[in-house]
Write a protein that binds this ligand. Structure first.
Ligand SMILES: C[S@@+](CC[C@H](N)C(=O)[O-])C[C@H]1O[C@@H](n2cnc3c(N)ncnc32)[C@H](O)[C@@H]1O
Length: 205
């Protein structure tokens, strides 16, 4: 069972029933990760701190940070629980959204395709690739939760995303209240930090 506390309001929130079902399905995942992956520089599927994301689309909307047509991507989608939460949030909004997840590890994409795609009502575009091979120009919300352990790789990734997205597009990291490890995002000149209640997001100038 999952429970959420909206830390900005200090109140308990009931998760969407489909989010609970999705979570339960992800708990059945028991495939073995490749050995080189476990010891490598890339993180495995560690789910975001979901309390940070409560009502986040609404909170962005209230601050006029969304477009009428929004294109959101999770870079390293894992099993998709976090992006699915955003998808459910979007269903109550008067704006349109597309959802894309990119993931390099076939054990995750295979599990999504076999067990989780039905939850998405054909609204997930799943790309099996390395996040460094993708171009982020068309997305106005780029989400990621620290795909790399190393500062160098993380920095290269966020520099690439920041270079490619359009002015006004958002980058949302889950680590370190949105600041990312190693102060990665605060050190990119083309990004401006915005405080949204108790978290930070970044907007391209
Ligand atoms: C910390 S998990 C985050 C999962 C999910 N985005 C979330 O927030 O709940 C990082 C994910 O990024 C994926 N990943 C790491 N390096 C990657 C790369 N170079 N290309 C694509 N996916 C990658 C991992 O396989 C893992 O699923």
């Amino acid at each position: 069972m999952i429970t959420f506390t909206d830390r900005s309001q200090s109140e308990e929130i009931e998760p969407h029933p489909d989010l609970i079902l999705y979570f339960q399905e992800t708990q059945k995942f028991d495939s073995k990760l490749p050995d080189d992956f476990v010891n490598g520089n890339e993180h495995h599927n560690i789910v975001s701190n979901i309390e940070q994301n409560i009502f986040l689309l609404n909170r962005l909307n209230e601050r006029k940070l969304l477009n009428q047509n929004n294109h959101m991507i999770d870079c390293g989608i894992g099993l998709g629980f976090t992006l699915f939460d955003f998808y459910l949030q979007s269903l109550d909004m008067d704006k349109s959204f597309t959802f894309t997840g990119i993931e390099k590890q076939k054990i995750y994409t295979k599990y999504i395709k076999s067990n989780l795609l039905d939850f998405w009502n054909n609204e997930l575009l799943l790309i099996e690739d390395d996040i460094m091979n993708h171009n982020y120009k068309k997305y106005n919300i780029v989400y990621s939760y620290t795909p790399y352990r190393s500062e160098k790789n993380l920095r290269e990734f966020y520099n690439k995303v920041s270079d490619e997205i359009e002015s006004g597009s958002l980058i949302i990291e889950n680590a370190n209240s949105g600041l990312g490890h190693f102060d990665i995002l605060t050190n990119i000149d083309s990004l401006e930090r915005l405080e949204i209640d108790d978290i930070n997001i970044f907007i391209k100038r």
